[in-house]
Design a binder for this molecule. Sequence first.
Ligand SMILES: C[S@@+](CC[C@H](N)C(=O)[O-])C[C@H]1O[C@@H](n2cnc3c(N)ncnc32)[C@H](O)[C@@H]1O
Length: 224
Amino acid sequence: MSGLKSLYQPFAKLLASRKLYLSKSLQFSSLFKQELAHSLDFVRYTTLELCCNEIKMNNVAGNIAELGVYKGDFAKRVNQLFPNKKLYLFDTFEGFDQKDISTEKQNSFSSGEQDFSDTSVELVLNKMKYRSNCIIKKGFFPESATDVDDKFCFVSIDADLYEPILAGLKFFYPKLEPKGYIFVHDFNNDLYKGARKAVLEFCAENNIGYLPIPDSGGSAIITK
Ligand SMILES: C[S@@+](CC[C@H](N)C(=O)[O-])C[C@H]1O[C@@H](n2cnc3c(N)ncnc32)[C@H](O)[C@@H]1O
């Protein structure tokens, strides 16, 4: 993959410099042009940018959060797009917790074995253009959120596993402003079957709709 990526990036950059994109319909996106050379997941990033435009156009109040930050690569873009919003960053910064892994294994949702421990708060903060907007919530979610009393216009839930994703939906959805968005990553990812189950359960119980998108991993988007 890294060999393919190293060939793809200069080629994509060359095409972009001549205003040639994989799809003409993506030419609206300034972020797409900037980031093309750094990311293969243009659907995820351009959808983020479009939702950000809607939030700004509708003057949606509230702050931003990501649950599941890892090295901050998605959070970095969110921080860049919302210079005037606080960004809560929830992660253990030490990888999955054993409690969540047990549920994964008992229900055959995933192996729970992926290692996300090679990160740190400093590494993430160093990527942020608006570092002073960031509020680090290090620790096991949802316990790490007990002191958070805020409203949100955009939330990214990218914790991979059933328990934290369901807990994230229960915590953030009531705090979501009207016309705000929650992205849940891995909704259509067979490697993390708990993500889909958490979304389906939460949405059915609360009579909420969602939109699946064809990004890498297959996110579901919830709005209010
Ligand atoms: C796939 S990574 C996030 C990737 C990141 N959003 C990105 O796009 O680069 C999943 C992260 O969720 C975190 N995580 C999973 N369960 C958690 C929990 N219960 N509490 C806090 N963090 C959790 C892991 O530590 C890991 O860093």
